[in-house]
Design a protein around this ligand. Structure first.
Ligand code: DHB
Ligand code: FE
Length: 289
């Protein structure tokens, strides 16, 4: 059977791509953020995931405002990146895992999550930069297969936090019911607080971000009680990317422990946060019985 070995959260600001390209990882500005990945690199060496399920939001590279699925899942054998206009280098393509993708899609639809299945999907900075951060030495060949899971956080109406929690619960169930021995890591990208537009552009809410980082470990359902209006008020209009964290956390099961946690703000316009969580397998087993 497949099992979920961990969950990672990270911000995905596009300027990370330029910092990597220019070799600025150890400059005073970027060092705290890039150093947050050192314990994750050590963890990955022993955890050795076969597949990474990347929960993220597309920003207009693949889906645009004319047709925006609320939830979508990739089912391609290859995922290409492309120029989004940020001026960051395009990264090598990723190998998908169509069999696991279709297993997840079939399970989700059977359990009333009518996701859009994508046999072609271009992956944007929210997908590629976290992968670069996790595997800085990957070169042309990524060491894992990927399954993209997309949550609309761009075009209103957006799914609620509570709905994303349920999506994540079903995602966890779908992964755990995959019959082949597969080590799956779930990476949620986005957040924390940021607002890129309007009179509050540049808005960051440190207290809210720190509260989210605590609750995502100890009481994640508290985060599902926010309405989208409240989330936007508290975290800025793009802070709703927190949805990806909530879905990832629900997939991990009832209890987790924190392996590492870093907050550095501002990171570009964003409350930058990186966390690594491991499921408490005893609790997951009890929930399944
Ligand atoms: C920034 C953050 C994002 O999540 C994004 O998608 C684009 C830009 C930023 O902080 O600059
Ligand atoms: Fe974003």
């Amino acid at each position: 059977m497949a099992h979920i070995i961990g969950g990672i959260t990270t911000s995905h600001v596009p300027s990370i791509g330029n910092a990597i390209h220019r070799g600025e990882q150890q400059t005073p500005y970027w060092k705290p953020f890039f150093d947050a990945f050192k314990p994750l690199h050590a963890w990955l060496k022993t955890a050795k995931p076969d597949v990474i399920v990347v929960v993220y939001n597309d920003h207009g590279l693949n889906f645009f405002l004319d047709a925006m699925p609320t939830f979508a899942i990739g089912a391609a054998s290859t995922y290409h990146n492309a120029d989004e206009g940020w001026g960051i280098p395009v990264v090598p393509s990723f190998n998908g895992h169509p069999k696991l993708s279709w297993h997840i899609i079939e399970d989700m639809v059977e359990h009333e999550f009518d996701v859009t299945s994508c046999q072609e999907l271009k992956v944007d900075h929210a997908f590629t930069l976290p992968m670069k951060l996790l595997y800085p030495d990957a070169g042309e060949d990524w060491p894992v297969k990927v399954v993209p899971v997309l949550i609309n956080s761009v075009q209103h109406p957006l799914p609620s936090a509570a709905r994303c929690w349920k999506l994540g619960q079903e995602l966890g169930h779908a992964i755990r019911s995959y019959p082949e021995d597969t080590r799956v890591l779930i990476v949620a990208t986005g957040g924390l607080s940021h607002q890129l537009d309007g009179t509050r552009a540049g808005f960051i809410n440190r207290d809210f971000d720190l509260m989210c980082m605590e609750k995502i470990v100890s009481d994640p359902e508290a985060l599902t009680r926010f309405t989208n209006r409240e989330l936007i008020e508290q975290a800025g209009s793009q802070g709703v990317e927190l949805m990806t964290w909530i879905a990832m956390r629900a997939a991990l099961g009832s209890h987790v422990h924190e392996v590492s946690s870093t907050y550095c703000a501002p990171l570009s316009n964003t409350g930058g946060a990186v966390m690594l969580l491991e499921p408490d397998l005893g609790a997951v087993q009890m929930a399944a019985e």
